[in-house]
Design a protein around this ligand. Structure first.
Ligand SMILES: [Zn+2]
Length: 78
């Protein structure tokens, strides 16, 4: 599981680590799975909040197109 844009994993993104802690999830992956609206089970991809905002808050079907491609080159983030 990774962000479709920056390729970070949930445990590298403090937002999801925090959510996991608050909700007693086993790992940040579960925070994404349960709480992140952009997460797609089929592709096992999501779009983290900072990328989502950077990309101009795409609609879910736009995200799905990106997921289908596997990744997006959206400049260099970290
Ligand atoms: Zn990202």
């Amino acid at each position: 599981m990774k962000c479709v844009s920056c390729s970070r994993k949930p445990n590298e993104i403090s937002e999801y680590v925090e959510i996991a802690k608050e909700n007693d999830y086993r790992s940040a992956d579960f925070a994404v799975r349960y709480e992140e609206g952009t997460y797609h089970y089929g592709y096992d991809l999501f779009c983290c909040t900072s990328c989502y905002i950077k990309m101009g808050m795409p609609l879910q079907n736009e995200l799905n197109e990106l997921y289908q491609k596997g990744c997006v080159s959206n400049g260099n983030e970290n």
